[in-house]
Write a protein that binds this ligand. Structure first.
Ligand code: ATP
Ligand code: MG
Length: 670
C-alpha cells in the first residue's frame, strides 16, 4: 500500500459502494485493481474465490494473475482473474444443463462460424464478402443483444434481410451441433441470468466482488453481465479511460462509463492524475494529440519521470527503408548501449505491416516475438487434430465430423456423405448418430454403411479410452492410430514443413496436458472437454510466446498493445490512410483512430520514435504516401524530425482512390 499515491490508496480502500476510477494512460489504474484484489483478501477477509477481476485480453489477464499471485502468495487459490469470455465460458460450463447443452459442447471459432454461414447461404450467391458481411452482422446483433426475431423485424434492404434470416438458421444449427460461438460466451449467460433469477443468485453469491479493467471497451452484453453479477450490492470497482476506447468496431460503448453514474447513483468517482510510465515529453505529446478529440470527462496527467528525449520522427524513402531503419536502430542501440531487446516494441496499425519488418529483423539477426497474427488454431494441422478432439467430446459437432471423416482417407465418397447428410437432417440427428441408425441401411450401400460404422466404432473406442483411462495417452494413441505423421509427410510441400507441423501437433498435446493439470488443481472433476474448450479460448500462440520470456523485441498491433508498456517504442507507418486508416477516413471515424494513436504513444516509457514512408509498394506499383495528420497535432517543439528535406514533389498530387486502396483488405486480419 505504501507504494501507492493517496488517490490510488483511496480507490483501493473504498469498498462501501460502486467505484469508478477514471484516469489517463499510465496512471496506475490496472495497479489499483491488482492491489485492491489483494486488499480485499488480506484486509477485508473476503475469500479469494469470491472475487473476480475481469480484463479484455489474455495477455492482460495473465499479467494480472501473476502480479496478484506475487502479492498474495498462497492465498490466491480460487481467485477468478480472467477475460470476459473466459468468465462466460465458466458460467456456461456450470449451467450447461439449464441451457439445453450437453457437457462437451463445442466452441466455434471465427472460421467455424464462417463455414456454417457459408453452408446456410448456399442457395444464394455466396461469395466471401457476403459471408463476412453476414458473420459481422450476426456478431453485432449478438453484442447488441438483438434476438433473431427482432433482427428480422428490423431488417431493411435485401442484404440485411438475408443476414437476419441466416442469423435465425445459424443459431438453430449451432444448437443442433451442441455448440456456442464466441459472442455467445457473453450473450448466453446474460440471457440465462435474465430467465433464471435463482441461477443468477447463485453466481452473485459466488462472485461477491467484481473488478473490471479497461471498462471503456465493454459492449452492451458485457455491460449487462456486469450489472447482473453486481446486482444491488454495488460491490464493484471499474477502471477505464475514455480516450483509450479502440474497440467501437466490436461494439464497444465508451458511453458505458457515463451510464454507470445513471445506473448506480451512489457511484464514487476517483480520478488519478500522476503518470508513472512516461517522460514529460511523451506525455505532453499524448495530451496534445488527444486534446483534438471532444471530451466528456476532463482529465489532467503529469509525470515526474523527467523531461526526456525529444520524440523522433523519421521520414524514410519507402517501407523497405522504414523497416530497415528500425531494425538497424535497435541493433545499434543494443550493441552500443546494451539495451536489452525486450525493452523495444514496434507497433503498427495492421498485421500486414509486420511481414517486411520480420524479414529485416531476421536479416540483422534481431530476435523478436510477434503477437497476434495468424492464430495457432488457424493452422491446418491444429484444425485437424482439434476436429478429432471436438468429435470425441461432442458427437453432435457435424462441422468437425466432416473435417476428419476422410483425414486420413477412409474411402468415404462425397455422394455417401451427401446421402448421410440428407438422412441426418430428415431424422434431425447429428451425422455421427445417423451413422449408427438402422434406417441408414436403406439409403446407402452395405459397404458404405460399414465404412461409416467402422469409423464411429473406432471413435467410440477412443472415447472410452479417453474417459476411462488417461485422456492424454488416449489422444496420443489416436494420433498414432490415424498415422497422422505419415499423412503430414505425404501431404506437406517439404519434410521441413511436415516436421514443423508435427511439432505443432505435439505442442498442442502438451498444452492440453498442462491445461488439464492446471484445471484439476482447482476442480478435480474437470475433464478433457473442459481443457479443450479452454485451450481454444486462450490464444495459444500468445501463451507459447509467454512461456518463452527471453530477450526479444516485441511486435504487435496498436490494438494488441493496450495496457502494456515498453521503454522504447517505435510507432511505424504514421501516414494518412494507414493511421488514420483509410476506412475510418471514409467513415469519418477519425476520433477512434486518434485514440488508437494515443494508445500507441502512451505505451512508451523513455523514448518514442515515429516512422513513416514516402512511398509504398502495392502489387508491384509504387504509391505515394502522405504524412499522417496526427503528426501535425503533436507539439512541434518536442519533435526531432529527420529525412523530411527530400520531399517528393509527387507526394500530394497522387493521393486519391488509388493510393493504398489495396491495403484496405489487408487490415482484415488485424
Ligand atoms: P493504461 O491506461 O495504459 O492501462 P494504467 O493506468 O493501467 O495504464 P498501470 O499499468 O497500472 O497504468 O501503471 C503504469 C506504470 O506505473 C506501471 O509500471 C506501474 O507499476 C507504475 N505505477 C503505478 N502506480 C504507481 C505508484 N504509485 N508509484 C510508482 N509507480 C507506479
Ligand atoms: Mg491498464
Amino acid at each position: 500500500m505504501s507504494q501507492l499515491n493517496p488517490r490510488q490508496r483511496e480507490a483501493v480502500r473504498y469498498i462501501s459502494g460502486p467505484l469508478l476510477v477514471l484516469a489517463g494512460a499510465g496512471s496506475g489504474k490496472t495497479s489499483v485493481i491488482t492491489r485492491k484484489v489483494a486488499y480485499l483478501v488480506e484486509q477485508c477477509g473476503i475469500e479469494a474465490r469470491h472475487i473476480a477481476a475481469v480484463t479484455f485480453t489474455n495477455k492482460a489477464s495473465r499479467e494480472m494473475k501473476e502480479r496478484v499471485g506475487q502479492i498474495l502468495q498462497g492465498k490466491s487459490k480460487g481467485l477468478t482473474v480472467s477475460t470476459f469470455h473466459n468468465l462466460g465460458m465458466s458460467i456456461i460450463r456450470r449451467e450447461h444443463k439449464k441451457l439445453g447443452l450437453k457437457s462437451g459442447f463445442s466452441l466455434f471459432d471465427d472460421q467455424d462460424s464462417k463455414t456454417l454461414i457459408k453452408d446456410l447461404l448456399l442457395h444464394h450467391d455466396e461469395d466471401s464478402d457476403q459471408v463476412d458481411y453476414v458473420r459481422n452482422m450476426i456478431s453485432n446483433w449478438k453484442n447488441e443483444m438483438v434476438s433473431p426475431e427482432s433482427a428480422q423485424a428490423r431488417a431493411v434492404g435485401p442484404q440485411e434481410i438475408l443476414a437476419s434470416r441466416a442469423y435465425e438458421a445459424y443459431n438453430r444449427n449451432l444448437r443442433a451441433y451442441n455448440a456456442v460461438d464466441f459472442d455467445d460466451l457473453i450473450l448466453v449467460p446474460v440471457q440465462l441470468f435474465e430467465e433464471h433469477p435463482d441461477v443468477l443468485e447463485r453466481w452473485q453469491n459466488r462472485i461477491r466482488y467484481l473488478l473490471v479493467d479497461e471498462y471503456q471497451d465493454t459492449n452492451l452484453s458485457q455491460y449487462r453481465l456486469v450489472r447482473q453479477i453486481v446486482g444491488h450490492r454495488g460491490a464493484l470497482t471499474v477502471v477505464g479511460d475514455d480516450d483509450q476506447s479502440i474497440y467501437a468496431w466490436r461494439g464497444a460503448r465508451p458511453e458505458n462509463l457515463e451510464q454507470l453514474q445513471v445506473d448506480f447513483p451512489s457511484l464514487k468517482v476517483v480520478k488519478l492524475e500522476q503518470n508513472y510510465r512516461s517522460t514529460s515529453r511523451i506525455l505532453k505529446a499524448a495530451n496534445t494529440l488527444i486534446a483534438n478529440n471532444p471530451h466528456t470527462f476532463e482529465k489532467t496527467l503529469w509525470s515526474e519521470m523527467g523531461f526526456g528525449d525529444p520524440i523522433r520522427v523519421i521520414h524514410t524513402r519507402n517501407e523497405d527503408a522504414e523497416c530497415e531503419r528500425i531494425a538497424t536502430e535497435i541493433l545499434d542501440n543494443h550493441l552500443r548501449k546494451h539495451t536489452p531487446f525486450k525493452d523495444f516494441a514496434i507497433l503498427y496499425r495492421g498485421n500486414f505491416q509486420a511481414r517486411l519488418l520480420e524479414v529485416k529483423l531476421q536479416a540483422y539477426q534481431v530476435p523478436y516475438k510477434l503477437s497476434g497474427g495468424t492464430s495457432f488454431f488457424a493452422r491446418a494441422e491444429i484444425k485437424d487434430l482439434m476436429g478429432y478432439l471436438k468429435v470425441l467430446v461432442n458427437r453432435d459437432d457435424d462441422n468437425a465430423f466432416l473435417r476428419i471423416i476422410n483425414l486420413p482417407r477412409r474411402e468415404i465418397g462425397p455422394s455417401t456423405l451427401q446421402k448421410l447428410g440428407e438422412y441426418a437432417s430428415e431424422r434431425d440427428v447429428s451425422l455421427f448418430d445417423a451413422c449408427e441408425e438402422v434406417g441408414l441401411e436403406q439409403h446407402l450401400s452395405a459397404s458404405a454403411v460399414e465404412k461409416l460404422r467402422r469409423f464411429t466404432r473406432w471413435l467410440h473406442d477412443k472415447y472410452r479410452q479417453c474417459y476411462e483411462g488417461d485422456p492424454i495417452a488416449a489422444i496420443k494413441d489416436l494420433i498414432y492410430d490415424i498415422d497422422y505423421e505419415g499423412w503430414l509427410y505425404q501431404n506437406a510441400s517439404s519434410d521441413n514443413v511436415a516436421e514443423k507441423r508435427l511439432q505443432n501437433v505435439w505442442f498442442l498435446v502438451d498444452s492440453l496436458k498442462n491445461t488439464l493439470e492446471r484445471l484439476q488443481e482447482d476442480d478435480p472433476d474437470a475433464g478433457i472437454e473442459e481443457a479443450i474448450a479452454r485451450l481454444i479460448l486462450l490464444d495459444l500462440m500468445d501463451r507459447q510466446e509467454e512461456e518463452d520470456d527471453s530477450n526479444r523485441v516485441q511486435l504487435m498491433t496498436l490494438h494488441a498493445s493496450k495496457g502494456l508498456e515498453f521503454s522504447h517504442v517505435f510507432l511505424m507507418g504514421m501516414e494518412e490512410e494507414l493511421l488514420p486508416h483509410r476506412n475510418s477516413i471514409e467513415n469519418g471515424d477519425i476520433e477512434e483512430e486518434r485514440r488508437l494513436a494515443y494508445v500507441g504513444v502512451t505505451r512508451a516509457k523513455r523514448t518514442l520514435t515515429i516512422t513513416l514512408a514516402r512511398q509504398r509498394k502495392q502489387f508491384g506499383e509504387l504509391l505515394d504516401c502522405t504524412p499522417s495528420r496526427f503528426l501535425d497535432e503533436l507539439p512541434q517543439e518536442d519533435l526531432e524530425v529527420e529525412g523530411n528535406g527530400e520531399k517528393n514533389p509527387e507526394a500530394n498530387k497522387a493521393r486519391g482512390r488509388a493510393t493504398l486502396n489495396s491495403l484496405r483488405n489487408m487490415f482484415d486480419d488485424l
